[in-house]
Design a protein around this ligand. Structure first.
Ligand code: VG1
Ligand code: CO
Length: 543
């Protein structure tokens, strides 16, 4: 038997964050680093003997090498079968779909999502459990604990598998099935949205651009939008997944998807624009001359989802992460369905979906999804938008403006301060938390604090409590500022400030969102003492 045990010792920095373990590529390239973490995952998975495992990644630098390592370790650890995407590629939503469809025990996703790639960029490993969603915190904590006591891992001396060819092969008696990464996912999409209606929309001359930012969604978007739905060739751009994402920063927001933004603001704008992130679970929606905030997009999808066949029966409920604007809650109230507020990160939605409490979920960070899988799903959101556009037969920007007129507008922005010294960021948060009780009643410019707290979440399904999920400051003027530290960064700390203000009056909905939010931005900066703690006069990225 080529199976062997390799002696190793722990790395202290293997605690997973918001979405798995993310580090710079050179960190993952240290001898045994990947193996330790993967062995810790395998040791934590229950019922792995003979079980099916899914493996795939977003194609970033080091993806290929790590897929081979995971395959050999899976064989040595007693899995019965591995389903792996051709060339080691699988989008995060496709992994979730395949785990569920083939009743796998879980899936290893190789991605650092929206973080840049390349030899000096980021890499990541996350584990999704048998419902198809990210492992819950009890699991990731158990993995971390295991990494801290690890002394050996199991692997195999077998040679690398040819991942270019679709079909079945084996390593040491474990079946390895190389799958078309797109087929199962595309089949699922056909059950949710009306492909016939969307095809007619394209036949009627409707134009769009989908920017895959040289990341994993390219092949999915090409197959579904261009081949199955008949969008003109060239609708999908940057469609070839590349190890360094062709120099793109695959974070679908107005800053990093700037080529798309420029097109959508120019005279040659197509009717609709969209982009996705590194691993395909995020989406950005742009109408001509109008960026649709992810919070608004979630609300609009909630209002119109029933127009698509997969949601014709209506929605059970809707959930959003706490920093996401309350726009979706307003729609839920009108529909008479429940709205839930969870901590940041998709793992908190799974229980709600499994219990049948919610159908749609979303995050301000451009994640939107439904109970068809247990991950956010970038291309799905684009398809649902297209289905709605085909049904309403109105321009996308008109749909957004009519939505505001009906529900009011939640002006929204997020400021990110990246790569702050961790100590300074921690001090800032501690200072904020300590001052919370003194804030109510205080005035900052034209805003008065109504209440301030640190969000703690009690899962309505299993009762588990997750404390310290972000400081919330509510103003009497129907505005809010939320502060939290990112759990996906790989260098120093990233402070995120989420700011919003509700405007019921349609005569003020045309105001630039930057302008509408100035009072909230000023108040937030002052309350947290941003400049004093970070030394930064301006954020690194505004979305
Ligand atoms: C960020 C986003 C969060 C998202 C997470 C993973 O986390 O804010 O909403 O779920 O990334 O998304 P954080 O802790 O950095 O704020 V992905 O597409 O990077 O898997
Ligand atoms: Co992602």
């Amino acid at each position: 038997m080529p199976t062997k045990s390799v002696q190793t010792s722990p790395f202290s920095d293997q605690r997973p964050g918001t979405s798995g373990l993310r580090k710079k590529v050179p960190v993952f390239q240290q001898p045994h680093y990947v193996e330790n973490f993967v062995q810790a995952i395998f040791d934590t998975v229950e019922g792995r003997d003979g079980a099916t495992l899914v493996v795939g990644g977003d194609g970033r630098y080091y993806n290929k090498e790590v897929v081979q390592k995971v395959l050999k370790m899976a064989a040595a650890n007693g899995f019965g079968r591995v389903l792996v995407g051709q060339n080691g590629l699988l989008s995060t939503p496709a992994v979730s779909c395949i785990i569920r469809k083939y009743k796998a025990v879980g899936g290893v996703v190789l991605s650092a999502s929206h973080n840049p790639g390349g030899p000096q960029g980021d890499f990541g490993i996350k584990f999704n459990v048998s419902h198809g969603g990210p492992a819950p915190e009890t699991f990731t904590e158990a993995v971390f604990k295991r990494t801290q006591g690890i002394t050996e891992y199991k692997t195999s001396d077998a040679s690398d598998i040819d991942l270019g060819r679709i079909g079945e092969t084996a390593i040491d008696g474990m079946a390895v099935q190389v799958l078309d990464p797109v087929a199962d996912y595309a089949e699922l999409m056909e059950t949710l949205v009306d492909f016939g209606k969307i095809s007619s929309l394209f036949r009627s001359g409707f134009t769009m651009r989908f920017d895959a930012l040289s990341a994993v969604t390219g092949p999915y978007a090409k197959e579904i939008l261009e081949r199955r739905l008949g969008a003109p060739a060239g609708t999908v751009v940057n469609a070839e997944p590349m190890p360094d994402f062709g120099g793109h920063h695959p974070d679908p927001n107005p800053v990093h998807a700037h080529e798309l933004m420029e097109l959508m603001q120019g005279p040659d704008a197509p009717d609709f624009g969209a982009a996705s992130d590194g691993d395909g679970d995020r989406n950005m929606i742009v109408a001509p001359n109008l960026f649709v905030t992810p919070s608004d997009s979630l609300a609009i999808l909630t209002a119109h989802a029933h127009l698509a066949p997969g949601y014709a029966g209506g929605l059970a409920g809707v959930a959003r992460s706490m920093p996401t604007s309350r726009a979706a809650d307003r729609v839920a109230a009108k529909l008479g369905i429940k709205a839930y507020e969870t901590p940041t990160g998709w793992k908190f939605f799974a229980n709600l979906m499994d219990a049948g409490l919610v159908t749609l979920c979303g995050e301000e960070s451009a994640g939107t999804g439904s109970n068809h899988i247990r991950e956010k799903d970038g291309l799905w959101a684009v398809l649902l938008w297209l289905n709605i556009l085909a049904e309403l037969k109105k321009p996308a920007d008109q749909i957004v403006r009519e939505h505001w007129a009906a529900f009011g507008r939640d002006f929204y922005t997020r400021y990110d301060y990246e790569e702050i010294e961790t100590e300074r960021a921690d001090e800032l948060m501690t200072h904020l938390r300590q001052g919370l009780s003194t804030l109510p009643g205080k005035r900052f410019g034209e805003l008065t604090v109504e209440s301030a707290d640190d969000f703690a979440y009690t899962d309505p399904v299993d009762g588990s409590v997750t404390p310290k999920q972000g400081v919330r400051i509510l103003f009497k003027e129907d505005a809010r500022a939320v502060f939290r530290l990112s759990g996906t960064g790989t260098a120093g700390a990233t402070l995120r400030i989420y700011m919003e203000r509700f405007e019921p009056d349609p005569s003020r909905h045309h105001v630039e969102r930057g302008d509408a939010l100035i009072p909230v931005v000023e108040a937030a900066k002052e309350i947290a003492g941003i400049e004093g703690f970070t030394g930064r006069a301006a954020p690194s990225v505004v979305t």
